[in-house]
Design a protein around this ligand. Structure first.
Ligand SMILES: [Mg+2]
Ligand SMILES: [Zn+2]
Length: 175
């Protein structure tokens, strides 16, 4: 099974600061056609998302759920599964305050997917993110990635198996 791992905020939906209201959901303009193209190529979709707003107390799990459902509803194809990291080392919500193994760039969310779906073909799979940390989490798992540029790359740069693109519509031509 070929999977397209997707970061959520900034890739699927426009990155509103700590999005947590269904009415604020706005899908990135070139995402639906990218999704349809990849679907036609046989990709399944899995979302891997850091949601430190949960640990920071900016919103509740129910807010996340309702907002996420709204996003899924607006997409042209189903998402196989969503994996969420609710943690942050300096969170104010006790149960989410930790140095975890799932907050990207750590690979924990992708590891969970690989455990749940052992039929995932790492070589044929890709990840799309708008932060270098997304791409590093894929790199640790041997998955190549596409970095939707815009945010500063930072000191660590991008992994070798990562391709930077300035618009999602360029990705199918690069796979
Ligand atoms: Mg993002
Ligand atoms: Zn975590």
């Amino acid at each position: 099974m070929k999977v397209c791992f997707l970061d959520r905020d900034g890739v699927i939906n426009v990155d509103v600061h700590f999005l947590h209201k269904p009415e604020d959901v706005k899908i990135v303009r070139s995402f639906p056609s990218l999704m349809s193209n990849l679907h036609d190529q046989g990709f399944q979709f899995i979302i891997v998302t850091n949601q430190s707003g949960l640990a920071r107390g900016y919103f509740q799990w129910e807010d996340f759920q309702r907002t996420h459902q709204e996003i899924l509803k607006q997409l042209p194809h189903p998402i196989l599964k969503t994996y969420v990291c609710p943690h942050h080392p300096e969170g104010i919500v006790d149960r989410f305050r930790e140095v975890c193994g799932c907050r990207k760039p750590e690979p924990g969310l992708i590891h969970c997917a690989l455990l749940e779906y052992p039929q995932i073909d790492l070589e044929g799979s890709i990840l799309i993110g708008d932060s270098p940390r997304d791409c590093w989490s894929a790199n640790t798992c041997g998955i190549r990635s596409f970095y939707l540029s815009g945010k500063p790359v930072g000191d660590k740069g991008l992994p070798l198996n990562c391709t930077a693109v300035d618009d999602l519509y360029k990705i199918p031509g690069l796979i």
